[in-house]
Design a protein. Structure first.
Length: 103
């Protein structure tokens, strides 16, 4: 693990440059537009839901029953209260479930 691999350093630097260019490229492209087309606006409006889905879905399907029940409780609380209460509800459900299950 102490060997220095210049190819790995170059690969990491190349990945950093490409990541930077894709992020700054989108910003430059949007700022150059005088009017955002409706399809682009619809796609940008869908991004938060897509990101949330990519974060929540794997945890729901891979996690145990404690995770599933906590997510369901957080969903129910989140429909009525603020995100802070939603987070607290999910956390409480997981902690109680794990305490009762002895995990």
């Amino acid at each position: 693990m102490t060997d220095f691999d210049p190819h790995m350093v170059l690969l990491i630097l190349a990945a950093a440059v490409v990541t930077y260019l894709t992020r700054i490229g989108g910003y430059i492209l949007i700022t150059k537009m005088t009017r955002i087309p409706p399809r682009v606006e619809a796609a940008l409006n869908a991004v938060p839901a897509a990101v949330l889905t990519t974060l929540v879905a794997p945890a729901f399907f891979i996690g145990g029953w404690d995770t599933k029940v906590a997510m369901a409780a957080a969903l129910v609380v989140g429909l009525r209260f603020s995100p802070t209460f939603m987070l607290i509800a999910g956390w409480i459900v997981v902690m109680v479930w794990r305490h009762l299950a002895g995990v």
